[in-house]
Design a protein around this ligand. Structure first.
Ligand SMILES: CC(=O)N[C@H]1[C@@H](OP(=O)(O)OP(=O)(O)OC[C@H]2O[C@@H](n3ccc(=O)[nH]c3=O)[C@H](O)[C@@H]2O)O[C@H](CO)[C@@H](O)[C@@H]1O[C@H](C)C(=O)N[C@@H](C)C(=O)N[C@H](CCC(=O)O)C(=O)O
Ligand SMILES: Nc1ncnc2c1ncn2[C@@H]1O[C@H](COP(=O)(O)OP(=O)(O)OP(=O)(O)O)[C@@H](O)[C@H]1O
Length: 489
């Protein structure tokens, strides 16, 4: 593409790629001097040129300028980057029915449910914490919401692969950093807002305002779908230019759950939409999935998909990897692997575990808390587990360069009455829980879900995933001689 197709009053040079990180090799590229948290892209112009930049987009004075490079001064580099990335990749989000999902918990779940429902109607992609998926392509994500260049590039690939819709998770950090500013959203969904990411945003109000930007920037013909039961649900759509649709259980809503029945392996819901009532059955479990499902139904229904068309799909939704995933290898106790890593998420899983665990049987919880992230939530984890569980195993969870044992002690500060042990190695912690479990007990493995890595001080270390380890441990240690003895306990 010609540089002149992207900027006015510039020479007609050929541009083959975009560059935000001077350390990456990008021949014939435009380098965008983005000011970040740690550093300022303006300091890396020489390296960017050495790695192939032919044009530099900047906002602050530069040390020196070369005759063979094009310099383009703008007011806001991130805004220019967004506009250029959108144009460079041929405005892919305009060719897709774009669903954006934001909120503290439930983004991946709702996005995956939307993807599964929509996929029955037309090819639909998904971008989020779990993966980047479209057609037969499944890629591991680096971020929940990809960086600007990557995001528009992925959407281009989706369009080229024949996708017609896409469900995208919009993290508060991603929104704050302008990663979705040039995405043409048709539907935006709000899940809920509870304590998380305060290390980044500072206060709940700033965290909320970051999420609100997604709704503030919607176009008038878009649809904003919000959870009326959440204290932030109506505030987030205040002054939103789009049409607002509400969903909820406890308050009057456009999509209102009037009854629900939570079972160990399925959920039944009565959903009222205007004068119509629908009986819905789904294989998703736990109360929070009532919200997630109804949010996804509202999103798809608002774009013309009839409820009748969705019903068969909803009954057999794909198990969302690592989210309330039941591990059933024939063992006589429950094992639930869940990605819960916020106080609210942990409480929701505990409530479900309490509902399915017979009286007199135990709930055994395994958890850690990520290093170098929102440390305030650690004792809260302990306090919640203390209320609901009978045995707690504290272990590592993405320690980064913190000591997992120290983190475990910070969680333990919230535990007042429940027995707990610290087992640093996550595999050993899962094995210990399996060895401790009696028939009809429930083990909840919290925090990492299906993630295939653990963040250590040097970066990502490959990890099997809690779900895979739970299965392996059952077969290796439980269904053995020792396991048979276990069953007789
Ligand atoms: C803490 C954080 O959010 N960091 C993000 C931020 O980086 P930053 O502001 O620190 O960037 P910086 O290092 O100061 O650099 C500023 C600019 O200079 C450039 N640079 C920097 C150094 C250099 O040598 N050369 C160079 O060109 C950088 O590419 C950047 O454009 O901006 C970068 C894009 O410009 C992001 O890639 C980066 O995400 C990092 C990798 C990250 O881990 N982010 C996490 C916290 C995140 O975004 N998580 C959310 C939420 C997930 C959830 O809900 O749990 C997500 O969407 O994944
Ligand atoms: N609607 C909800 N309300 C409260 N908790 C929820 C809800 N949906 C999911 N959870 C809990 O949060 C965990 C993460 O769910 P999910 O991955 O869907 O959220 P997320 O917003 O995508 O999180 P992240 O961006 O950190 O991946 C689940 O495993 C569950 O414990």
């Amino acid at each position: 593409m010609k540089l002149s197709a992207l900027f006015e009053n510039v020479p007609d040079i050929e541009i083959k790629s975009l560059m935000a990180d001077s350390r990456t090799k990008r021949p014939d590229s435009i380098f965008f001097c983005v000011k970040g948290i740690m550093s300022d892209g303006h300091n890396f112009v020489d390296q960017a040129i050495a790695n192939g930049a032919k044009a530099i987009v900047y906002s602050e004075p530069l040390d020196h300028m070369r005759d063979d490079i094009v310099y383009i001064k703008v007011k806001d580099v991130t805004a220019a980057f967004n506009a250029v990335a959108d144009a460079f990749y041929g405005y892919p989000s305009h060719d897709l029915l774009m669903f954006g999902v934001t909120g503290t918990n439930g983004k991946s779940s709702i996005s995956c449910i939307i993807r599964d429902i929509m996929n029955e109607i037309e090819p639909t992609g998904y971008i989020g914490t779990i993966s980047i998926e479209y057609g037969n392509v499944k890629l591991p994500p680096l971020l929940t919401t990809p960086n600007i260049d990557d995001l528009h590039g992925i959407l281009r690939d989706m369009v080229d692969a024949g996708m017609k819709s896409c469900a995208l998770e919009a993290s508060s950090i991603g929104i704050e950093q302008g990663r979705v500013d040039a995405i043409d959203f048709d539907v935006a969904v709000f899940t809920n807002l509870t304590h998380d990411h305060l290390d980044y945003h500072g206060t709940m109000e700033k965290y909320f305002l970051a999420k609100k930007k997604l709704f503030d920037h919607l176009k008038p013909d878009a649809i904003a779908i919000t959870n009326v039961d959440d204290p932030y649900g109506m505030r987030i759509v205040k002054d939103c230019p789009a049409r607002v649709i509400t969903y909820g259980v406890n308050h009057k809503a456009d999509y209102q759950v009037t009854k629900y029945q939570l079972l160990a392996d399925k959920t039944r819901i009565t959903l009222k939409i205007g004068d119509m009532e629908y009986e819905i059955e789904t294989n998703l479990v736990a109360k929070f999935n009532v919200y997630n499902l109804v949010a996804a139904i509202a999103a798809c229904h608002s774009k013309g998909i009839s409820i009748e068309m969705m019903l068969p799909q909803i009954r057999h939704l794909k198990q969302i990897e690592g989210r309330m995933e039941r591990i059933d290898e024939g063992q006589p106790f429950n094992i639930i692997v869940d990605f819960a890593h916020t106080p609210d998420g942990i409480e929701q899983v505990c409530q479900f575990a309490s509902a399915i665990t017979p009286k007199g049987k135990r709930i055994i919880a395994i958890t850690g808390s990520a290093g170098k992230r929102d440390t305030e939530k650690r004792p809260q984890f302990g306090e919640i587990l203390d209320r609901y569980t009978d045995m707690i195993i504290l272990t590592e969870d993405d320690p980064r360069d913190e000591d997992p044992i120290e983190i475990a002690h910070e969680i333990a500060a919230g535990i007042k009455k429940t027995n707990y042990i610290i087992i640093e190695d996550r595999y050993d912690a899962i094995r210990q829980a399996v060895e401790l479990a009696d028939p009809n007990d429930t083990i909840i493995i919290l925090g990492k879900g299906d993630e295939k890595f653990i963040y250590r001080e040097f970066g990502r270390e490959p990890y099997e995933g809690d779900d895979a380890i739970a299965r392996e441990v059952l077969h290796k240690y439980y269904f053995t001689q020792e396991g048979e003895e276990n069953e007789e306990k």
